[in-house]
Design a protein. Structure first.
Lengths: 259, 259, 259, 259
């Protein structure tokens, strides 16, 4: 039986500010990436979001970002690998406290926004993230972008002795080299839930992506990234989940999926 | 053989800003209270300070404070017990990541500044702190002010199933009711190292304090709080440590001291 | 012809976070209190909100708060009058830059949340606020709570040589001593727009409030505070404005209203 | 008679943290660049530093930086020109409040750290800074790096209708193309005060720099940047000032110097 994980960013509210439809989208996912207070989230939001995930049987992961609240962690910052390693340790560990409060084990770590994007294909930054994960808890799973950087990521994961899960984006198109098409290109984000669902199925069943030029790419994929920041995104997520289940694919948290 | 712990606040630098003479005062103490990024400290400072403590065989504790960097955690803030519990969980856990990085076990938690002061004698706030400690790791020792609030603190510690250590201040005078004399009163802070050393000896050997009116107070004391924020404070610390050792008192981390 | 100002808090979004229905509520008010980056708001939000107010012919005021973003400036903080004066100067002036960018003159200053609440009846804190206003621009109007503290506020305004406008809350009940009924008391917030509109009319036409015990209070009132944080609040605002206009009361910015 | 301005960064303390020897170095300069709360500084520090400058007859300028306190504004951040314009407006204006408090007129604006470095030769970012200055007060002088970018800066200054002053660094070496030698190259920072003083004289008297390859560069220079962050820097500043005065060069604030 085919299995795949579905992950989504959550816990991105802050103080008086609410962001994301966590309570709705959590029904459609198996792994939650929870913000840790740097680009979003605060201790009370983290507490509530871990509790919410536990109640829905959804696995919890840390979603560390740049120290840039006003920029939501989406602006590139020129941090050294040492700085990155330390602020990732800080954020993962902070979230871990709320996992302990609620008596669950943290499952994974997925960097957020520009921290994620800048690390793609960048060995020094990827290693800093992996070292942070290994330092806090080597049983944590590192979630990284699948495709072109797979060999590099696997090498770093092996060296730091942590497991890695590769993710793909059902609602994004891919270039022939296995990279995500730049968002600046029209059509890079797939708006039609049915098309996303179709791509999700191909990713989950065949480990395959059809690039923008029609070429077929084989890709190791463990988790699909969905979104929950608006009603359309939640509907999108529901459609994809339903399509996967209709094909008999089990939605399974990474910790169960990975050896 | 008599034994006592000596604790000191450390790791209060931040980014480009240096505060405290950590490298000097660490030679005189057995337990370090390390700032966790709210009132002071940042991930890189936390990393370096845990490493420094480990190198000197000094036990590491978390020193959580109010989310008020510009006020250095010294301004009262009207936070709810739930807010306090959550931001203490956050901070303790964040520091815990650096203990793991350096392969040591965290020993204790001592709140900072106004978080410490406002909790003295306040059952709801003290309970919030104790619950945070118990949630993260029930083997952590809670450091609380000795004296008048001892029964309340012991009751909360018993209920939350954590150990507590009481601290006293060799360089502060006490009122007859066992409370610290207000800093607004002249002479409340003892400037003469010899007098502080004398009071430290009485605290360590007899568990006794002579209040400002000359009355003798019995007090359960496990740790003495010293300071390292300027050269005079370091000299003060050196004098007190020397006086204790001259009387054959062993300077011992709390985890060894407490049953 | 009777005239009154209507003010509302605005520009409380921050980075990726949206708060308040500014675009809707602005149609119903004459003065906008714009957050200045401490409890809410950021430079881009301030820019857009000043622009929005200008486009609607609504007067702009600064809405300074405590330096407590995660607490939205609603938690009491124990700041000294000097600290308050300086961070109010900072925030007013920062907003002033965006008034210059858009070629308008700032009209007023209304403190936010706990900074507002803690200053009510507190001479030292009120004076700190007034001194900040006078330092930045003595032609700015200080918006303060009307009622019990009116004489104290007038005295401080006279001494610091600034004008003051008193505000009242159509959607809040009042105690017989002219203070707002505590929000902890049931019914302290009036949910029914018609009842609020009725109270608004009494405030605007008669300068009168009927307290919770039925007694009549005379009160100097220049501006009514409405809200725009949710659809019900906007509807509330619309109802009140309509009721005022139906009675022939002109909705007029403070700068026009005050001598 | 030859005249030149000497500028120095100041007011970079924050809360409990002290940075820089402002009280000592202020005796040797004519223009102070005061931090505005983003990379350093807080309202109380800004208040005190403007007061200090006024007492010493030193002209006050704003020293806006990236919103990155822990990185001290030294890390590149990928901000849009709109973001830059708005946060520069915010910071300049905030400092302006303290100039009003102390009854002085702000003289100039000099960006800090990476905001300064990233704007060198970058037209979009330089224009964002110039537009911010022009919006707040077109009589403010923009301080920019002299040398290679002079024509670009002059063009932008002309378009935004503000004055510009070019600065040079007596304690840095220059490449033949008029750019500062990278700090990564050994010798890029001149440690010997006498050599700096020699270069300062050449800059002030001849408007000339001898590049690392021995070639002579003509450069329009209005202000020399000195430092005050440690005792050696202050001694360096003293030596340079003395050398300039010994040659009969008048140390003159920019507002007097520029037409």
């Amino acid at each position: 039986m085919k299995r795949i994980d579905i992950n989504c960013d959550m816990g991105e509210s802050f103080g008086a500010y609410t962001l994301g439809m966590d309570v709705k989208v959590i029904k459609h996912i198996s792994s939650a990436n929870i913000a840790c207070g740097y680009h979003a989230g605060d201790p009370q939001v983290m507490d509530k979001t871990v509790k919410l995930a536990k109640e829905h049987g959804v696995a919890v992961g840390a979603h560390p970002g740049y120290p840039d609240l006003v920029g939501f962690g989406r602006r590139n910052m020129d941090c050294t690998p040492d700085e990155i390693r330390d602020f990732v340790i800080y954020q993962i560990s902070a979230l871990n406290g709320f996992c302990r409060l609620h008596g669950i084990k943290m499952q994974h770590v997925k960097p957020h926004g520009s921290l994620y994007n800048m690390s793609v294909g960048n060995e020094a930054q990827s290693r800093a993230i992996a070292e942070a994960i290994a330092a806090v808890d080597p049983s944590l799973i590192w979630v990284a972008l699948g495709g072109a950087q797979t060999p590099m990521v696997k090498k770093i994961a092996a060296e730091t002795k942590i497991r890695v899960a590769f993710e793909a984006f059902p609602d994004r198109t891919y270039d022939p080299d296995g990279k995500l098409t730049s968002r600046k290109r029209p059509g890079a984000v797939i708006e039609d839930p049915e098309k996303s669902a179709e791509q999700a199925l191909r990713m989950a069943i065949d480990g395959e992506i059809i690039a923008v030029d029609g070429s077929r790419l084989k890709m190791e994929i463990h988790t699909l990234c969905l979104h929950g920041d608006n009603p359309a995104a939640v509907e999108h997520a529901r459609t994809i989940r339903r399509a996967l289940e209709a094909e008999g694919i089990a939605i399974t948290p990474l910790a169960v999926l990975l050896p």
